[in-house]
Design a protein around this ligand. Structure first.
Ligand code: PRP
Length: 213
């Protein structure tokens, strides 16, 4: 015969659950406190990002049915999005990576785009999908589209997780957009401020006081 504790009697279960709730609440409070300290307000949670990316992957899967698109990740910012997006696409895709930088250490694009690492493979005749974390002024993609078009791919489309159309200065539109966002400085899920915060699992708005505005 089992003892009460082994069966998990009602009182035991309630106590265990309320301990767990207490721990979760404490964890949430600590996280909130930590976020305040860092000057970050959550804009999209992990769950919201996950479900939107599954939708994007589904659309790409349907649009490219029967084809083998090549996904080109524009690093560094897009590394987490790329990993999740490719796993949400049920097609025989290939992947390649470019390292491009236009921001330097500031919060406003310098306008100077620099290719720090080029693609490894030829893109001639391929259906390219450029994967970006954020489309802001459009400088980076305006420059990249020119460079990539000259290499004669069959087609090029743009997939960006975040789109900040208010700040666009170049005629660039994305074909797949995760979220249209306001003109705020965002970090997390690959996006940085001075190389920090890329590993946050959510996307947050960095308070202007943090970057001295
Ligand atoms: C970010 C982002 C885009 C670009 C978008 O890259 O990843 O590539 O800015 O801005 P734009 O539309 O104004 O050109 P960043 O230069 O910050 O480098 P990172 O990817 O290494 O963070």
């Amino acid at each position: 015969m089992m003892k009460d504790a082994e069966k998990g009697g009602f009182g035991y279960v309630v106590a265990w659950k309320s301990n767990r709730m207490g721990r979760n609440m404490l964890q949430a409070m600590l996280n909130e406190e930590r976020l305040n300290e860092m000057g970050i307000r959550v804009l999209y949670t992990e769950e919201e990002l996950r479900s939107r990316i599954v939708q994007l992957g589904g659309r790409i899967t349907a649009d490219y049915a029967g084809r083998r698109p090549m996904l080109v990740s524009v690093l560094r910012g897009s590394y987490i999005f790329m990993a999740d997006l490719t796993r949400a696409i049920s097609l025989d895709v290939t992947v390649d990576f470019m390292v491009v930088s236009s921001y330097g250490a500031g919060t406003v694009s310098s306008g100077q785009v620099e290719i720090k690492k080029d693609l490894s493979d030829s893109i001639e005749g391929r259906d390219l999908i450029i994967v970006e974390d954020i489309l802001d002024s459009g400088n980076t993609l305006y420059y990249l589209m020119d460079v990539l078009r000259a290499r004669k791919p069959a087609s090029i489309r743009i997939c960006t997780l975040m789109d900040k159309p208010e700040r666009r200065t170049k005629p660039i539109t994305a074909d797949y957009v995760g979220f249209v966002i306001p003109d705020a400085f965002i970090v997390g899920y690959g996006l940085d401020y001075d190389e920090r915060y890329r590993n946050l699992p959510y996307v947050g708005i960095l308070k202007p006081s943090v970057y001295g505005k």
